[in-house]
Write a protein that binds this ligand. Structure first.
Ligand code: NAP
Length: 256
């Protein structure tokens, strides 16, 4: 049993859907005060009405500095400070390099990587004031460990988050703040459903635990990094993928 996060102030970007919503659900269940953010207000309203607990929302584009600054300031004011920010929002359009418009590269890198920097930058004054804080990034196995045709920009952004993490851990230690990353495998979300049933079925078959992950599997890993018990862990990452990256070959999977 982890020490309770009751009353702690949490921000989850991309909290209207998928993994972010799962992270928000896990923290709200613990009694934390949670602000979820996204660009689409309707999905935010729906999530706030459906997640049980103390949950509010801020409309925010995580690739835009002014938007992130306003969102963090509003959340901290409404929730009496800031204890944890989960930089989770991300996008994964699937386009091969040969077909990729350079603008798409920039959008994916801004949404997935620059956003991590912006969230941390906006949160630092609050962590400095409180002399403590936690940052949790949602990275991926795709990029740091694996590859998949169509996701060169996505993989670069997710590896980039881990590069950012190392130096950020050093700089944040000054404010008694830790930063760690969760690296999900294939988690059943609205975003993943958009890739089609064939993709979902093939992926589930390639995972030793024979199922896609649940959004709360990622929420539970984030909860651990936010807990008192994880106070001495920083600059690290954990893979949550049902064993997907382990088999050396198809034969290794078939032998199970
Ligand atoms: P999802 O179901 O598509 O949800 C994405 C969330 O991010 C939505 O709330 C979306 O809301 C928000 N978002 C997207 N672009 C944004 C922007 N520019 N500003 C603010 N919010 C934005 O995706 P997901 O599958 O949950 O993925 C969430 C994170 O997990 C991503 O970082 C992704 O790379 C990572 N991940 C997912 C998987 C997986 O299997 N699902 C695996 C590895 C890593 P709006 O569109 O309304 O803004």
């Amino acid at each position: 049993m982890l020490t309770s996060l009751k009353g702690k102030s949490i921000i989850v970007t991309g909290g209207s859907k998928g993994i972010g919503r799962g992270i928000a659900t896990v923290f709200a269940r613990q009694g934390a005060k949670v602000t979820i953010t996204a660009r689409g207000e309707e999905a935010l309203k729906t999530a706030v009405s459906e997640i049980e607990g103390d949950v509010r929302y801020e409309v925010c584009d995580v690739s835009d500095w002014a938007s992130v600054q306003t969102m963090v300031a509003n959340a901290a004011e409404a929730q009496g400070g800031l204890d944890v920010i989960c930089a989770n929002a991300g996008a994964f359009p699937q386009t091969k390099i040969i077909d990729m418009d350079p603008e798409e590269w920039d959008i994916v890198l801004s949404t997935n990587l620059k956003s991590s920097f912006l969230c941390v930058k906006a949160a630092i004054p609050h962590f400095e004031k409180a002399s403590k804080g936690r940052v949790i990034l949602t990275s991926s196995i795709t990029g740091p460990i694996t590859g998949f045709p169509g996701w060169s920009h996505y993989g670069a952004s997710k590896s980039g988050q881990l590069g950012f993490l190392k130096t950020a851990a050093l700089e944040l230690s000054r404010y008694n703040t830790t930063i760690n990353a969760v690296m999900p495998g294939n988690i059943y979300t609205e975003g993943l459903q958009g890739l089609g049933q064939e993709y979902l079925d093939t992926m589930a078959a390639s995972i030793p635990l024979k199922r896609l992950g649940d959004v709360e599997d990622i929420g539970n890993a984030a909860l651990f990094f936010a807990s008192e018990e994880a106070a001495y862990i920083t600059g690290q990452q954990i893979v949550v993928d049902g064993g997907q990256i382990i088999p050396e070959s198809l034969e290794a999977l078939e032998e199970i």
